[in-house]
Design a binder for this molecule. Structure first.
Ligand code: SF4
Length: 365
């Protein structure tokens, strides 16, 4: 063990976890629970950083993209959501295809467009297909990462299109990959409170499995810092790890810190502590040995904490996210978008090499 990790490990359980990592033995759920509560975050971060370095060397990935939240009208109105509106609310909106086209024309430097929206009651299926083909016709090289598992489930049921066919049709229209939203926390007892009408965790996993079967890579998210406990977090990651063993279709795990402002959920914790966040990301890196990337979205966490996480197992700091609406509706205080030099500076300043990629980790500069 010549990497120096052993020099800072004092805790016998972390030493045993480090031994497993050295021998490439997946750590257990009990190990994950321990890591989520240890106060030895320096030792934990060192193990996670070793895993990250083995996978990606000194590289840290970032993207230059635009968010396209095509509508905030949603029939579900989940308690956790500050973004959604009813159709007759004053600030409800739906972008036309012409407005979407204009936004793509205006964002000349982006490599990728990230599309999510509410479950609109009236849109025809052609709106979704035409949205993708319109974007591709303007910028054929653009990578489209679009629609959460919740939206796919809705479209499949509403238009009576089996998921396999749905994915094939949208792939044909230009879909490149799928974001990991809607996962929240899989445990039913938590989901019932924060998103009672949303698809179950089991259904979310089924939708992802079908996407993977159709050759579409996806992310997996996890919403934390509301009413969940460490057992719920481990249970969530266990489901991701298990499906990944079967399909290999997850490229990135993305923990999302919950912001409660303007939502219907009263979180137990208003802000996560720095230790909580380090423990969570480092544990994810070590436990999810089979998921290639761990992303810390600077926009959710704040750029300072996201930068620190680059030493704690994180290899992806997110993207410029021009025109992001969802998390800022819930009170995130970071700027609505960061420039490319801003992200490069964060990464270089932490001692890493910035690598610009799209959502499939294809280098774009
Ligand atoms: S979280 Fe998604 S599904 Fe739930 S209300 Fe908001 S937009 Fe709709």
């Amino acid at each position: 063990m010549g990497d120096g990790t052993m020099n800072i490990l004092r805790d016998s359980t972390l030493i045993a976890i480090n031994d497993k990592v050295e021998q490439e033995i997946p750590v257990s759920e009990d190990d994950a629970l321990y890591m989520l509560t240890t106060s030895d975050i320096m030792g934990l971060a060192a193990i996670a950083h070793k895993v990250k370095t083995k996978l990606h060397g000194n590289s840290v990935f970032y993207g230059v993209n635009m968010n396209l939240n095509y509508t905030n009208i949603c029939i579900l109105r989940c308690p956790l959501c500050a973004f959604s509106r009813n159709k007759d609310d004053n600030d409800a909106y739906l972008l036309t295809l012409e407005e979407i086209a204009q936004r793509i024309h205006n964002a000349s430097d982006i490599d990728e467009v990230h599309i999510v929206g509410g479950l609109h009651p009236d849109l025809p299926f052609s709106y979704y297909e035409d949205m993708l083909t319109t974007i591709k016709s303007i910028r054929p090289s653009i990578h489209i990462v679009a629609f959460t598992a919740v939206e796919y489930d809705y479209l499949s049921k509403k238009f009576n299109i089996p998921l396999d066919e749905l994915f094939q049709r949208l792939k044909h229209a230009g879909l490149g990959s799928i974001p990991g939203g809607g996962a929240e926390i899989f445990a039913p007892e938590v989901r019932e409170t924060i998103a009672p009408k949303k698809i179950s965790g089991q259904r979310w996993l089924e939708v992802m499995e079908v996407a993977h079967r159709n050759g579409i890579k996806t992310n997996a998210t996890m919403l934390f810092n509301h009413i969940e406990n460490a057992h719920h977090i481990v249970d969530h990651m266990k489901h991701v790890r298990t499906l990944q063993q079967k399909t290999g279709g997850f490229k990135t795990f993305v923990p999302l810190v919950f912001h409660e402002q303007h939502t219907g959920v009263r979180a137990k914790r208003k802000e996560p502590t720095g230790f909580d966040v380090v423990r969570l990301y480092a544990t994810a890196r070590i436990y999810l040995y089979n998921v290639p990337h761990i992303k810390a979205l600077w926009m959710y966490l704040g750029e300072k904490l996201a930068q620190v996480l680059l030493q704690c197992g994180v290899d992806d700091i997110g993207a410029t996210y021009y025109d992001e609406k969802v998390v800022h509706s819930a009170g995130a205080k970071t700027p609505a978008w960061g420039s490319e030099p801003f992200l490069q500076h964060l990464i270089r300043n932490a001692g890493f090499t910035p690598v610009r990629v799209n959502a499939s980790y294809v280098t774009t500069a």
